[in-house]
Ligand binder design. Structure first.
Ligand SMILES: Nc1ncnc2c1ncn2[C@@H]1O[C@H](COP(=O)(O)OP(=O)(O)OP(=O)(O)O)[C@@H](O)[C@H]1O
Ligand SMILES: [Mg+2]
Length: 497
């Protein structure tokens, strides 16, 4: 076995491994409930960590937190180890950082409305095409002026401003119906009532904090507690998608490498694709494809392989299929579809075996060093070195309290102090802004004079709309006026002009 392989399990004759260098060709973990998906994810996460690769994963049931605690010996574990021929299996936990959008079971993870952008926000709010158009306009106006929207309050102010000034904006941005704005405002209210505003605010999470190694060189496993968040599936899925797009946009391109830079596990991935409009699906597919060259591996975890659209499935090179039970016609269809995605093994019938697999057993096909999928192997999965089930609350709290990231994110727990901080920053900026505004006004006046002397220019009007906007919105929202914002594929901020 070479250094960069991950031991997945054994087939009775030999060990089955995952080539970690191929992890950026992504993966799929599927299987019915209780068949071993989470434990497989746990084994992968701790193995990547040992190889020095940081991991990000959502924890939907809370049981994944066990990856931070050491496992215990058990006769059943011994049986597995013996079958797979593993002789070195120290029970140990992996370095972990806990995150929680509610700031209770981990560091508060947040982002700003501006960072999330119009596309994902529209998806979050389940807007129709017309409403999304208006949302795009609101962001365009803000982006053109470099205006940052921190939370939903800012967005509301921005939308109201757009509605109030729709006549002036129409020429540059197209028609804006008041009814659409009203509809969006209503959806915002619903989102807030569902607790969807929790992750909007500052300080926004920094991608580099998800890509850390501890002092022994192990990759740190970032665990996002989703036990509560998961009850709002749309918010959960949009948030993870945003994080993925953020990684894609922020990380530099990278040539071939021995190991991925980060591995991202998307649990309950069907939520990402359920009811996703076609345009969004296309963008998701694009992000999954492009993130590969940034050295990030994405593993989707879900019950049925056909939960994931074909365009995406085609990009998932490493497959781990746990048991599926064929009770209903839907099950049988899923089972057949699952079987068809594998390169057949002459030793057995794939479809039959998927139905027969025991708990902690799987059908596996991984990419070899050339990127070719191996023929499917029936595999008894390796046990984790860490513990089954959730880490106990006290131990978890200790880890969160000791975390070096605490200082950077804890002030978000007290939103008031975050506001104070902003207010202070604003006060400092206000003075500067006033000076700039005065200068701009002077320049504009001079320009107007000059233009009046020449002939009226079509650009003149746009200038005055922009300026009026800058002044009146800045007054309402009171956020930073900077350079024009540029957005990426899924609308997250990628730079400033
Ligand atoms: N690789 C393994 N080694 C030893 N035991 C395992 C392994 N995989 C699964 N098990 C056993 O099976 C149980 C259920 O596995 P797991 O929690 O991973 O299922 P799951 O597919 O995630 O279920 P759900 O869909 O309900 O979340 C585990 O608690 C453990 O006891
Ligand atoms: Mg599970």
């Amino acid at each position: 076995m070479t250094d960069n392989t991950i031991l997945l399990g054994g087939n009775g004759t030999r060990q089955i491994v995952l080539n970690a260098g191929m992890a950026n060709r992504h993966g799929l973990i599927t299987g019915a409930t209780g068949t071993g998906k989470t434990v497989t994810l746990q084994v992968l996460a701790e193995s990547f960590s040992r190889l020095g690769v940081p991991v990000f994963t959502a924890d939907v049931k809370g049981d994944l937190s066990g990856v931070a605690g050491a496992g215990k010996a058990h006769p059943k574990i011994d049986e597995r180890l013996q079958y797979i021929a593993i002789d070195d299996h120290p029970f140990e936990g992996s370095p972990a950082v806990f995150w929680d959008v509610f700031g209770e079971k981990g560091h508060a993870v947040r982002t700003t409305v501006s960072e999330m952008g119009p596309t994902l926000l529209s998806n979050l709010l389940e807007l129709n095409g017309t409403q999304e158009g208006v949302m795009q306009v609101a962001f365009s106006v803000a982006d053109d002026e470099g205006l940052l929207l921190l939370d939903l309050k800012d967005l509301r102010a921005m939308l109201n401003w757009v509605a109030d000034n729709s006549k002036d904006l129409e020429r540059d941005y197209g028609r804006i119906a008041r009814a659409s704005v009203t509809a969006i405002l209503r959806r915002l209210l619903i989102l807030e009532e569902a607790g969807g505003d929790v992750f909007f605010g500052e300080p926004a999470i920094r991608v580099e904090h998800l890509m850390q190694n501890d002092f022994s060189g192990r990759g740190v496993i970032s665990i996002l507690d989703a036990t509560t968040l998961y009850h709002s599936p749309r918010i959960y899925a949009t948030f993870l998608l945003w994080l993925l797009s953020e990684l894609m946009e922020e990380l530099p391109e990278r040539g071939d490498a021995d190991l991925p830079r980060l591995v991202f596990f998307f649990d309950e991935a069907h939520l990402l694709f359920d009811n996703a409009p076609k345009a969004l699906l296309q963008k998701i597919t694009q992000v999954v494809r492009l993130i590969r060259s940034k050295g990030v591996g994405v593993f989707f975890v879900t019950q049925y392989p056909n939960d994931v659209p074909d365009e995406v499935i085609g990009q998932l090179g490493n497959r781990i299929q746990h048991a599926l039970r064929a009770f209903t016609p839907r099950d049988r269809k899923a089972l057949r579809a699952a079987a068809e995605t594998f390169r057949e093994n002459p030793a057995f019938d794939t479809e039959t075996v998927i139905g027969e697999l025991g708990v902690g057993e799987a059908l596996i096909s991984t990419l070899d060093a050339k990127g070719i999928p191996s023929i499917v192997e029936r595999t008894l999965m390796a046990p984790p070195r860490s513990q089954f089930g959730p880490l106990d609350a006290q131990r978890r709290k200790t880890l969160v309290d000791r975390s070096p990231l605490k200082a950077a994110y804890d002030l978000t727990v007290d939103r008031d102090s975050a506001y104070e901080m902003l207010a202070k920053r604003e006060a400092e900026l206000a003075e500067q802004r006033q000076r700039e505004a005065a200068a701009a006004e002077q320049a504009a006046a001079a320009e107007k004079q000059r233009k009046a002397a020449e002939r009226p220019s079509p650009r003149g009007r746009r200038q005055s709309v922009g300026e009026a906007m800058a002044k009146s919105v800045a007054r309402t929202i009171g956020s930073t006026l900077g350079r024009q914002i540029i957005r990426g594929i899924l609308g997250s901020i990628i730079g400033r002009k």
